[in-house]
Design a protein around this ligand. Structure first.
Ligand code: AMP
Ligand code: MG
Length: 410
């Protein structure tokens, strides 16, 4: 049996980024940027005021303070979007609004709060240093600077940055489409009643949601019965997608037909079984350049394998350099029995504390009990040589998501 690390290396060895497509700016949020972006202009494009106030020569008002104010003649009023018509000279000032182009000659802006204006003369009650309240061209982004790198997942601030450079469209990676097949004679579609021995097909939906969260596009192909004929036709259809995910049918049971079907359809199995729990029966195959994951049927096993192996594959296809989930250290709150010879991924709740995090195990660790993943936000990693993780020890935890806080931060 291969290790988790070997499995991951094997899977990622052949994955290539998909092609690129140009989309409208607002379609680009959460997409992977497919080129590095350089500033094609200075932002801000011109010297402008950071305050509503008066553009002055700092020298003129250097001596102004509480006891001694300075009077300047007001030349004109410049609003944002206006172009000043007069240069500021000794003894004069221009009334200016935030974002307005600075007049020639002025090197600072006094806030309106520190002035009083009457009959075209402004009285300044406080001196300022040269440069005060002045924004310089290129202060935010300088012409030619690389401001976003390829593989960046675009966030709202990035969208705004692209907008301030004037980009109406963006080049992004094509999203991988992942075909999802749920195999099993016991499975029932949502909304159908359960007869004896039947369960709802939850895996297809869990995986579709996880595929979307990873930035890819799910294509649910429905329930596939455990017969060679139905499996053949379902997988043949699935191979039209960029990635294939099936669940169930990869264990030792009489009706576990997935591996045989994949072999018949020209897939090359790179490995079957990984020294891990949950998720041991994972079968990984390739068909041409298409990765084909035979995920285990147990809901927790399928999702853990998704996070460990499928998510990085999808991200590699998206050209994202950061393939893996973040890992944090945490203090373990419980004693946990683990399996010698296997890497265990124990579902835990991560609680931030003064030292970092505390990890508490979520109830039953059955690989059928999906609630353990719904309750937890972390996978506590137990290396193969460990048989027990002791309460109080420091463990590594793979973070599955960020929790928002009930408490306001201030
Ligand atoms: P298998 O690997 O096919 O033997 O399935 C292992 C376990 O996972 C069995 O208890 C199945 O009933 C369950 N299972 C398989 N497929 C699904 C699915 N699509 N949704 C929920 N549970 C499933
Ligand atoms: Mg099955």
């Amino acid at each position: 049996m291969i290790s988790v690390r070997e499995a991951l290396d094997t899977i990622l060895a052949d994955v290539q980024p998909l092609g690129r497509e140009r989309v409208a700016l607002l379609q680009a949020r959460s997409r992977s940027l497919a080129e590095s972006v350089h500033a094609t202009r200075n932002v801000p494009p011109f010297r402008n005021s950071a305050m509503d106030g008066y553009a002055v020569r700092a020298d003129d008002i250097a001596t102004a303070d509480g006891d001694h104010s300075i009077r300047l003649r007001v030349l004109e009023v410049v609003a944002a979007g206006d172009v000043p018509t007069r240069a500021v000279e000794a003894g004069t000032a221009t009334k200016i609004m935030t974002g307005a182009l600075m007049p020639e000659g002025a090197d600072a802006v006094v806030r309106v709060e520190d002035t009083a204006e009457r009959d075209g003369v402004v009285t300044v009650q406080r001196g300022v240093k040269p440069g005060t309240n002045v924004r310089h061209p290129g202060e935010d982004m300088r012409l030619g600077d690389e401001v976003l790198s390829a593989g960046r997942i675009l966030e709202p601030a990035d969208i705004g940055l692209l907008a301030s450079l004037g980009n109406a469209t963006v080049l992004v990676r094509r999203r991988p489409e992942a075909a999802i097949l749920a195999t099993g004679d016991e499975l029932v579609e949502l909304g159908e009643p359960l007869a004896a021995g039947q369960i709802a097909n939850s895996n297809a939906y869990t995986l579709a949601a996880a595929v979307e969260e990873a930035g890819a596009v799910p294509r649910i192909l429905g329930i596939v019965r455990d017969t060679p004929e139905t499996m053949h036709s379902a997988f043949s259809d699935a191979f039209r997608s960029d990635v294939v995910l099936s669940t169930g049918g990869v264990s030792m049971g009489t009706f576990d037909l997935v591996r045989g079907t994949l072999r018949d359809l020209g897939c090359v199995e790179r490995f079957w079984k990984v020294a891990q729990k949950p998720g041991k029966p994972l079968s990984f195959n390739v068909r041409g350049s298409t990765p084909v994951f035979g995920l285990p049927g147990n809901p927790v096993s399928a999702l853990v394998c998704f996070y460990l192996y499928v998510r990085p594959t999808l991200r590699a296809m998206l050209g994202i350099p950061q393939l893996h989930l973040p890992v944090v250290d945490a203090q373990l709150a419980d004693d946990v029995k683990t399996s010698e010879g296997l890497t265990d991924f124990v579902r835990g709740v991560l609680e931030p504390n003064a030292d970092g995090y505390r990890a508490r195990v979520t109830g039953t660790q059955s690989s059928g009990a999906l609630r353990s993943m719904s309750l937890g936000q972390g996978l506590i990693v137990s290396p193969p040589e460990m048989r027990i993780l002791s309460r109080g020890s420091t463990v590594r935890v793979i973070k599955l998501g960020e929790e928002s806080s009930i408490d306001a931060p201030f």
